[in-house]
Design a protein around this ligand. Structure first.
Ligand code: OXD
Ligand code: MN
Length: 586
């Protein structure tokens, strides 16, 4: 074992124990330095784990291909191992901690023979932030090491923040033989520990992200009085220089990255949107009674398909250098391509599985869940506040999903409890970000269905309790960019035009935009939704996008019961009352 680069006894003891279990040939203690990055990259290229992309077009960019059955989060293999099943709740896959440790340690025993165990110290959140957390990931995947280097503040900074104590997340990742039957992403919230086996897909193996920042994070947040949420954080600067901070929870692959990097249309160009985070928010009440948020991450692990200069120029700039691409298609000259990157596909490509590809066939060239992993400092619209240890005060929380029918473009909750209800009943068509059927409507409360590390009913109670700690709570909104007309065309153009919706939301939080009381909540008054300069979208189209069809909504309210019945034992009564009120208003 090479000499550790920390004197922390708990770290050294745990690494020794895990190395004893996995029996790697070598233990490599990462320090996060540039020299280390260069040598690990060389090693990854030599081993064929990464391919070097065209360095003239994409400086510092590399390509990774994962095995064909390991391209998305495996929700059915994700376990919450609390002492009792009730703590994990009916929306999670529960497994008994002792038995799961035994089973997974059995799988990992000797699992790194002939390989290197990399010790990754990382920090989630800006150094010095009261909300920041230290994790240690032990992995035999160089892809994981190089990606964690982008997604987190990795290296000595983590040991400095940790000091000499034992309070860090213990994450063990063993690739094993990558067989799906041995794939587990097991969380042990009581021990602040995660074991992930037989996968190399980001959401299953970059353990700081979904595992620590959301599943373990939400469990800790419930105990400690804060919130760990699947939310982007953005700063909206008005033409007068006033900054308003907003978070938004959309399910995976529903446009959080695009919204966080929004470029306003020419008519609203005096507004500046900057990104604090694109996926996760940790939020805590401040001494002034407002809710403060940090982004625990340092990079973007975003969905490539659909990303282009029109839909998200800031993402395109962010991924132009120092980025690891996974499962996109390759051009003959070592560039990357995915569906939607350009209107016309190149004449020939290598597809995400490594096969020759030409246009006209039925299969996409890039996997629908192909990804980029890029440092947030590349983002030309990055908010300086992303590094502020205090975090940013949140004025609005937006919930939203992908729904072709029923749900209007935007409405505002009447109050916090009503807001929790609209978040709790959030629904969306499933996407390629998780394995399983795509396009099926499912309830995804607060976008947290796959990420809440404890009982969802108690999670709702926690949200309701949080109100008592806030004298100036964020206002809560719901949006749906994805409603279609009778011809199946999207009613709302989306992307940069979402600025118009955001402007109404921001103005509402400052008490300067009008609204009408509708059965679902407050909706924009006719003069408060800015339609100036829009092509092919007028007041009549807006009315269609905002329409509340009472029959559709009766059905919608009934379908809320599907999830509510499942969570019945712990469901706060307030939410059942909210449903009654909604039905009465309809
Ligand atoms: C993600 C996801 O990768 O939500 O962020 O799946
Ligand atoms: Mn996500």
């Amino acid at each position: 074992m090479i000499k550790p680069n920390t004197s922390n006894p708990a770290v050294i003891g745990w690494v020794e124990e895990m190395a004893g279990l996995c029996q790697p040939d070598r233990v490599f203690w990462c320090d996060g330095s540039e020299a280390e990055k260069a040598s690990l990259l060389e090693e990854a290229l030599t081993q064929g784990i990464l391919l070097r992309l065209n360095q003239k077009k994409l400086p510092g960019c590399y390509y990774h291909r994962s095995t064909a059955d390991d391209v998305a989060r495996s929700e059915d293999r994700t376990l919450i191992c609390t002492p009792t099943p009730e703590e994990a709740g009916p929306a999670n896959n529960w497994a008994a901690p002792a038995e799961t440790y035994q089973k997974l340690k059995g799988l990992c025993a000797g699992g790194m023979r002939g390989r290197t165990l990399y010790v990754i110290p990382y920090l989630m959140g800006p150094p010095g932030s009261p909300l920041a957390k230290v994790g240690l990931e032990l992995t035999d995947s160089l892809y994981v090491v190089l990606s964690m280097r982008i997604m987190t503040r990795m290296g000595q900074v983590a040991y400095r923040e940790l000091g000499s104590g034992p309070d860090f997340n213990r994450g063990l990742h063993c690739m094993l033989k990558m067989e799906a039957r041995h794939r587990y992403i097991a969380h042990f919230p009581q021990d602040n520990a995660v074991i992930s086996t037989s996968s190399n897909y980001g959401g299953n193996v970059l353990l700081g992200k979904k595992c620590l920042a959301l599943r373990i994070g939400s469990w800790q947040a419930n105990k400690q009085g804060w919130l760990a949420e699947h939310m982007l954080i953005l700063s909206a600067e008005s033409p007068t220089g006033e900054k308003t901070f907003v978070t938004a929870a959309f399910p995976s692959s529903c446009g959080k990255t695009n919204f966080a990097m929004l470029v306003p249309p020419p008519h609203l160009a005096a507004w500046k949107i900057r990104t604090v985070g694109d996926d996760i928010a940790w939020m805590k009440p401040g001494a002034d009674g407002r809710l403060y948020a940090i982004n625990p991450e340092a990079g973007y692990f975003g969905v490539a398909p659909g990303t282009n200069e029109r839909t998200n120029p800031n993402a395109m700039a962010s991924i132009a250098r120092d980025t690891i691409y996974t499962n996109v298609a390759l051009t003959p000259d070592g560039d990357v391509w995915w569906e939607g990157k350009t209107d016309e596909p190149p004449a020939e490509l290598t597809d995400w599985r490594g096969r020759p590809w030409t246009p006209g066939g039925n299969e996409p060239a890039a996997h629908p869940n192909s990804r980029f992993c890029a440092p947030m400092k590349n983002n030309p619209a990055g908010a300086p506040e992303a590094d502020d240890p205090k975090g940013v005060p949140i004025s609005a929380i937006i919930f939203g999903g992908r729904r072709g029918t029923t749900i209007p473009l935007v409405y505002q909750a009447f109050n916090w409890i009503h807001g929790v209800y609209i978040g709790a009943t959030m629904s969306s068509e499933t996407t390629a970000a998780a394995t399983g059927e795509v396009g099926k409507i499912r309830r995804d409360p607060m976008g947290m269905l796959p990420f809440c590390g404890y009982n969802m009913g108690q999670y709702f109670q926690h949200w309701l309790r949080m109100r008592k700690k806030l004298t100036n709570p964020p206002r809560i909104f719901y949006v749906n960019w994805f409603r279609r007309d009778k011809e199946g065309k999207f009613l709302w153009p989306g992307f940069g035009e979402n600025m118009r919706v955001l402007k109404w939301i921001v103005d509402r939080t400052h008490g300067r935009a009008d609204a009408w009381e509708a059965p679902l909540g407050w909706v924009p008054g006719p003069r408060d939704f800015d339609l100036d300069g829009m092509k092919d979208f007028d007041a009549a189209r807006l009315a269609q996008a905002q329409e509340i069809d009472v029959e559709d909504w009766r059905r919608e309210a009934l379908s809320h019961d599907e999830l509510f019945f499942k969570l019945y034992a712990d469901l706060p009564k307030e939410l059942a009352f909210q449903r009654e009120l909604l039905v009465a208003r309809l």
